[in-house]
Write a protein that binds this ligand. Structure first.
Ligand code: BG6
Ligand code: MG
Length: 218
């Protein structure tokens, strides 16, 4: 077994992907930039400012740092408004149960999220206490696919990346895990997450047998 698991938040623990999309879409619409759910797939795991820059690039628009700051603040206000109604009912299926299985088996649990809203969300859904280590967008300077968020998590756990399994729904997140030397379970579509060591559709019914399906723990 691994010694710890590091979980991404958005799209793995809670289903905030539609809320991010709705908020970005409203900003893109104001700027007359065509922005689709397929574009949004590429933004998963990417920081707020980098996401804004990628959307501007789709529309071939250039904005000053001040304008980008104003746009991302507006996006976040809309996003926070949507997620302010979150409750424990918004935890994705199987996640709470899986976290308890890991704790009972003596594995440590950590968060590795790009989101600056991560502490608020974990508190709102009542999962904050289940994570021994929490690394989020407030602690890092390089967004996924850079491995910083996971490397910092492993460091705070006092473990080597090879001893921690990363759970990720984002292409950029899987890349970050692999670049950092972590075994990685992709949560989502195998077509998109083919760089992961194993892909599962969701964490429904997830238990310790999942690790046997990873080459390094088989
Ligand atoms: C990631 C999301 O978890 O966090 C991205 O997948 C998001 O879509 C990023 O842009 C930053 O989030 P926030 O909450 O700091 O704007
Ligand atoms: Mg995610």
């Amino acid at each position: 077994l691994p010694k710890a698991c590091i979980f991404d938040l958005d799209g793995v623990i809670v289903d905030t992907v539609p809320a991010h999309y709705i908020a970005w879409k409203s900003i893109a619409d104001e700027l007359n930039i065509p922005f689709t759910e397929k574009d949004n797939e590429q933004l998963k795991g990417v920081s707020r400012v980098d996401s804004m820059k990628r959307i501007l690039a789709i529309g071939n628009l250039e904005k000053s740092d001040e304008e980008i700051e104003a746009l991302t603040t507006r996006k976040n206000d809309r996003y926070v408004e949507i997620i302010s109604k979150m409750t424990p009912a918004d935890i994705l299926p199987g996640v709470r149960e899986f976290l308890h299985v890991l704790a009972e088996a003596g594995l440590k649990v950590a968060l590795g999220s790009s989101s600056k809203n991560a502490p608020t969300i974990l508190k709102a859904v009542g999962l904050s206490d289940l994570f021994q280590v929490k690394v989020d967008g407030n602690h890092i300077s390089h967004s996924k696919p850079h491995p910083e968020v996971f490397l910092l998590g492993a460091d705070r756990l006092g473990l080597h990346p090879s001893e921690c399994v990363v759970f990720e729904d984002a292409i950029s997140g899987v890349q970050a895990a692999k670049r950092g030397g972590f075994p990685c379970v992709g949560v989502g579509l195998p077509e998109l997450l083919h760089e992961a060591d194993l892909v599962v559709p969701d964490l429904k019914d997830a238990d310790l047998t999942i690790f046997k399906r990873l080459p390094s723990f088989a």
